[in-house]
Design a binder for this molecule. Sequence first.
Ligand code: NDP
Ligand code: 8X3
Length: 253
Amino acid sequence: MKKTALITGATSGIGEATAHRLAASGYNLILTGRREDRLKSVAHRLSDKYGIEVLPLVFDVRSREEVERALANLSAEWREIDVLVNNAGLAVGMSRINEGEIEDWERMIDTNVKGLLYVSRIVSNYMKERGRGHIINICSIAGKEVYLNGNVYCASKHAVDALTKGMRLDLLPYGIKVAQICPGAVETEFSLVRFKGDRERADAVYKGFTPLTADDIADTIAYMVNAPAHVNIADVLILPLAQGSSSAFEKKL
Ligand code: NDP
Ligand code: 8X3
């Protein structure tokens, strides 16, 4: 029987790679993001290549109204969501707390924490109606440890870590699995966004070692969703070989 996955932030990086991986496994997909052109092109490519159905939904997870308009109006068929990957997220800026841009803090908290909540509130109720479902939050090693100048991003991912645990308890009676993946450095558009388009600074993050790829994370998600029904792979910390903690890297420059 065909399954359906909803992946937020599917226009690039981990979300896009996960969309490819689950499409290859035959999932129908609801894909979301703000960049409409990129979202539609991912959707067309996947439906053409894998013969699956794809519903692209353009919205900003920070807007409760936009999230509700998009997800509360799904057809009965599209409400049958087996897997939700709460992936949309970002870091913006990196500075000491006394020097941080307050707008950057708000973008991170509104996206990484409140956006995840708005989406989960609606989708967990669809899962509850069916008595099953699987929610995977994309947390981070920054949700387990803090690093210098990472203050608010780390706090937002610590919140995701707490929400994964809380959601797991709350949704247990409804047969819904809740899990998370906590990656270390993955080379995507993440650092370009963090450094506000400064390509040189972004590229420097991944110099001198082999970072994880978005496909590494997508493969892990595929492994988690393919586990037997009674197994919940609840919390996966995944690091590049050269990364020992959130801030310790063995770089060969
Ligand atoms: P990318 O920047 O490549 O992808 C981020 C995705 O999130 C994009 O599809 C973007 O889509 C979407 N997104 C961002 N803000 C919003 C918003 N307000 N509304 C809707 N969608 C949004 O980065 P990654 O793939 O690396 O990041 C994915 C997740 O992985 C994030 O939660 C990140 O914190 C986490 N992570 C990343 C790590 C890394 O080293 N790269 C390590 C650990 C965790 P669009 O711009 O079209 O809206
Ligand atoms: C993203 C990776 O290095 O900021 O979560 O922890 S890092």
